[in-house]
Design a binder for this molecule. Sequence first.
Ligand code: TMP
Length: 206
Amino acid sequence: MAQGLFITLEGGEGAGKSTAARGLAEALRAEGHEVVLTREPGGTKGAEAIRALLLNQDLPLDALAQTMLHFAARADHVAGLIRPALARGAIVICDRFYDSTMAYQAYGQNVPIAQVRALIELVGLQPDITFLLTLPEAQAQARLAQRAAATDRYEQMNRDFFARVQAGFAEIAAAAPERVVTIDASPAPEAVVATMRTALRARTGR
Ligand code: TMP
């Protein structure tokens, strides 16, 4: 059993996950905790190389192949960075984890849920707590429009795809209320971080 604490952040595009992850890491570091802030796909040298394949929109890849590449990257990330950090008692904050594969590849790209579940089992690491950041569709679109548009494989998907992804995240949260805390990401980043900090203490005692 890991002695550390494994926190994941999930949500669609433009929900402010990365900003929230950074803010939560800063808040926990200020309290004296060792925090490892990381992301998926990526987080280790091997996983970042796989990320480049996954996000390359000029490289056609079957949806099951994408799924397996996400899990190949995850396996390296878990073995090379996350498990060692948890073993020494650190708090790991990961920007996306396996719920993203369930939402994007299973719900979004119609890969069978059972196949994604089998891969989750294979990697074998569960988050202690997952924050699902949600925004109303119009607000998510507005935030995305403000970004410099470096489009990748997933950013270029259509509205129907993102509607399926959102529905997927909502179903995941409803099915695992003991793990997933849904957070309204529309307030200012500091308020979102404060809400996460409070929920973390309530749920994990840390
Ligand atoms: P990012 O934009 O949050 O860095 O994530 C990269 C993209 O990869 C994002 O569009 C979501 C997508 N993604 C999946 O489709 N499946 C996954 O398992 C993960 C981790 C990310």
